[in-house]
Design a protein around this ligand. Structure first.
Ligand SMILES: *Cc1c(COP(=O)(O)O)cnc(C)c1O
Length: 398
């Protein structure tokens, strides 16, 4: 049985809505985007939700909205996707990386706080030498759908008077205690890329309770046109507009929103199915000590976007790359999240980042792989993944 690492869940509701949208004659930002935004804001409990054409655009506009400037510092985890740090570079600002905690691989809040304190004092921090610009923001990432401790992030934001921007690209829906993702930070950024928790093909959403941030984001998402112009654009209204800033072209299309409206309505059901599959992996692999399974922090609701496992130290005669080859040879698709950013050529060259700086992320990297997990995955498909792992272990256990 061939098991892909991911397969998007698309029903007739999505298909019919896209067809209706195409037949309506209104393809770009319009009534369906507005419906999607309103439903999304309601769903996560945020005052504003602004639909964009990617999660990266949401992160970029978040940093624009806080007024990030050249040379400013933004604290990011080293263990994250390219987008989290590249948006900082769009401003010629400095991504200051910190390590992860071993259990969840989410950013180590103690390390983040210590790093910000060191930056403030002008002391050297991992990979960087003073002088530094002001620290303006901290971008925690909810890895795999496990939320970071948002109360500690908030405390860091308050203590140092910096913005907390959550990268929730992996995370919908999820809760930290009784608080839903999308309502716990100054700004939260979601991705609707094809393999994310809900998808619009490509797309993103920015949520915030801050009216000024929302207004700036709407403006910059559409060429820096005055927000009145945005409203006219949304309703196909008058022809006159004014440019108030050099903006970008980040608006979502109604074709994409047609997908998003129905994906959002199914977000709880899709999460429930992923969570059931995650529980099933945990039960079926409980007697398989060759893999460390992902932890779930008690009192949180996990979005289970991916199922990252780590090969147990010393348990295998082969490395991660060979394990992936063996799984692929048995028709099992695998993804790898992620090679830590400080090990990539650009960040080495630009800042002198490199090996030895972030031991937790570096320890995880050669051992980590993500097993197939998606809402329409059948128990039989999951059993095929588990059988393949056991089969490989028979030959390659160390
Ligand atoms: C997918 C992803 C993004 C970027 O989202 P796009 O919609 O692809 O631009 C940002 N951060 C993380 C952690 C992601 O996984």
């Amino acid at each position: 049985m061939k098991v892909p690492v991911f397969r998007p869940s698309i029903t007739d509701d999505e298909i019919n809505e896209v067809v209706d949208c195409l037949r309506s004659g209104w393809l770009t930002t319009g009534p369906r985007v507005r419906t999607f935004e309103t439903a999304f804001a309601d769903y996560v409990g945020a005052r504003h939700a602004i639909a964009l054409n990617s999660g990266t655009a949401a992160l970029h506009l978040a940093l624009d909205a806080i007024g990030l400037r050249r040379g400013d510092c933004v604290v990011v985890p080293a263990f994250t996707f390219a987008a989290t740090a590249e948006v900082v570079r769009y401003f010629d600002a400095v991504p200051v990386m910190v390590d992860s905690e071993p259990r969840t691989l989410n950013v180590d809040m103690g390390a983040a706080r210590a790093t910000i304190e060191a930056l403030r004092r002008g002391e050297p921090v991992a990979g960087l030498r003073p002088p530094y610009g002001p620290v303006r923001a901290f971008i925690p990432v909810h890895f795999a759908g496990q939320m970071v401790d948002v109360e500690r992030a908030r405390a860091i934001g308050d203590e140092f008077e910096i913005s907390i921007i959550e990268d929730a690209a992996h995370t919908l829906p999820a809760r930290w205690k009784d608080r839903a993702v999308g309502s716990t930070a100054d700004i939260t950024c979601f991705s609707f890329y094809a393999n994310k928790c809900i998808t619009t093909g490509e797309g993103g959403m920015l949520t915030t309770d801050d009216d000024a941030v929302a207004e700036r984001v709407r403006c910059m998402a559409l060429h820096g046109l005055s927000t009145d112009a945005w409203k006219r654009h949304m309703t196909g209204g008058r022809w006159y507009y004014e440019i108030v800033a050099p903006g970008f072209k980040y608006n979502m299309t109604d074709v994409a929103a047609a997908l998003g409206i129905h994906q959002l309505a199914r977000a709880d059901d899709m999460r429930a199915r992923r969570a059931r599959l995650a529980d099933r992996y945990a039960a079926q692999l409980a007697d398989f000590p060759l893999l460390e399974l992902p932890a779930q922090v008690p009192e949180t609701e996990h979005a289970w976007h991916v199922y990252p496992v780590r090969m147990t130290h010393g348990a295998w005669a082969i490395g991660r790359d060979r394990l992936i080859e063996e799984l692929n040879a048995r028709d099992i698709g695998i993804a790898v999240q992620w090679m830590p950013l400080h090990m990539h050529p650009y960040y080495r060259r630009e800042y002198g980042y490199g090996e030895g700086l972030f031991p937790v992320a570096e320890d995880a990297w050669p051992r980590i792989l993500s097993l197939p997990l998606f809402p329409d995955m059948t128990d039989e498909e999951q059993d095929a993944v588990i059988d393949a792992l056991r089969d490989i272990a028979r030959t390659f256990a160390g």
